[in-house]
Ligand binder design. Sequence first.
Ligand SMILES: [Mn+2]
Length: 294
Amino acid sequence: MSSTPRYAHGATRPFGDVVGAPFDDAAAVILPAPLERTTSYVQGTRQGPAAILQASAQLELWDEELGVEVHSRGLCTLPEMALPFDALADALAEIQRVADGVVRANKFLVTLGGEHSITPPLVAATAAHHDGLCVLQIDAHADLRDEYLGDRNSHACAIRRALDYAPCTQVGIRSLSTEEAGVVESLPTTIFYDTKMRAHSTWMHDVVETLHEKVYITIDCDGLDPAVMPAVGTPEPGGLGWRELLALLRLTFQKREVVGCDVVELCPVPGLVHPNFLCAKLVYKLLTYRLAGG
Ligand SMILES: [Mn+2]
């Protein structure tokens, strides 16, 4: 009997437009989780997973950087979660339940958001099966508020909640509130601010040095420079370049065991396809770095 997690779902569109492995045979699993409940500026991240999967049909599956093609090494795309819940907490609990089923089956889970509030349940599910887990967050925003607009599960609180399960290293940060700045020192997190992090040429190694052996990576698209990644709900000037992000990710996969990832907060702009394609390529890079062994 298949151990595929069961849940209410919509369409299934396989990553790369190529039917991959059945769940039980898969090494890596893609979970589309189009949650959008607490976005605070531009709306539309619920369209993110579908846009990434649609764009992924245009990907070349050969990776010229590593000289491999990993799509055939056991990739399963699950159907898009429907998340028919009135309460945000119930939707997050369902994401955690489904993620637990994937991580328990020893699959490399890549979740497509959706807003950043999906990350705490994903980290919780991953930490339950991987002792000593830590989180690497790529983001413009610290997301360390204890609550935002009365909601402790808001996207603006994502990393604060995730810290309940694992310590964090935050990279590319260039936006935080006065309240957050006041509590940073007391929290189990290390911040590499965008304005200062490149001061030493070894900075990427310095980032990786802060990470435990097992790492969960959460990538908020707005961590990238909005000049290359404009389709986000809360854009911030500055940020990582595309090659810079890939170099940091590759180094992390080379030096640590990355056990799960998410790519969140893509907010597609009608007629502007390059951000969607960037996210599809980013997801495939994560899969390539993992499945090809760095
Ligand atoms: Mn952000």
